[in-house]
Design a protein around this ligand. Sequence first.
Ligand code: SF4
Ligand code: SF4
Ligand code: SF4
Length: 331
Amino acid sequence: MSRLTRRNFLQVSAGLAAFSGIAGTPKEAGASPGKEALATLIDCTRCDGCVDHDVPLCVAACRERALNRIPDPVDPIPPLFPRGMIEDWSKRKDVYDRLTPYTQLFIQRADVPVDGGIRTVYLPRRCMHCDNPPCATLCPFTANHKYPDGSVVIDPDLCFGGAKCRSVCPWNIPQRQSGIGIYLEIMPTLAGNGVMFKCDLCHDRLLNQQLPLCVEACPRDAMVIGLRRDIMKEAERRAAETGGYLYGLTENGGTGTIYLSPVPFEEINKVVEKGPGRPHFDKVSRRPARASLMETSVLMSPVIGMGAGLTAAMLAVRNRVKKKGEGENDD
Ligand code: SF4
Ligand code: SF4
Ligand code: SF4
């Protein structure tokens, strides 16, 4: 039975229903888990940054999942030749004020001057799950995919950590942990550098008809997820009702994450701390990923060829490791 039931739709849309007044008149989703595009509305008029908690509840929930999924790096991490930067966050797992492999969601604070005073806005930041994500389109190892449910997911078993996804992402979202991953089996000093990590929309949980952990953890229903068409309508409705501002509808050609703020994003962008792991809120026009695909393909064909070869080698290594593990278990 793979259809999303009425009850599960209600579970997924609980925050949306409660806020929009459609509770009590629930709609049948008619969707299958994993097959209909979802989107998230991040309502910053409701988020208070969990300032009474040591770690914001959504951030803590996301981090717990990351801690359970990221293996310890080898020690020492092999030096890279001819040049390359080791990014080791394993000894800094408690950094919460920026994106890292372990902190795939963080709360950005914006103190915006408004009418002679300051209006503080808290903005949960993570991957936007773009409609046409260059991080996935341009990954030379085909390790990054956009799924029909709208999530953009990096496969840690296939990622070499080369960070192409980060360099082509308008917000430079993915973060690298060196010293883990398949590159250690193939060319530890010559290719790759670890594994890239970012929010995957709790893809595994969505397939099991469960809410993303951050959505579930938020006590203020500041994040709601639902069918894309419903979320887009709800975002527009709340913006009209509150005189608020939206971000994410058209950025990078459209995304699956819509922010609602009580102050304009131009003003937010002026005051938020920006830099590595701290994305901007600037306007982002769609990058011509399709238009330049041919050109990119030509430029990258040697890399892609190498990627295909390495992918085959990786799979062979993975199968060998698996067989070895099965053999060990049999002993
Ligand atoms: S925000 Fe960046 S990492 Fe996320 S889907 Fe878009 S391009 Fe990819
Ligand atoms: S959807 Fe999952 S992976 Fe993404 S920020 Fe929320 S808890 Fe983290
Ligand atoms: S989104 Fe919710 S859980 Fe996260 S900081 Fe805001 S109020 Fe807290």
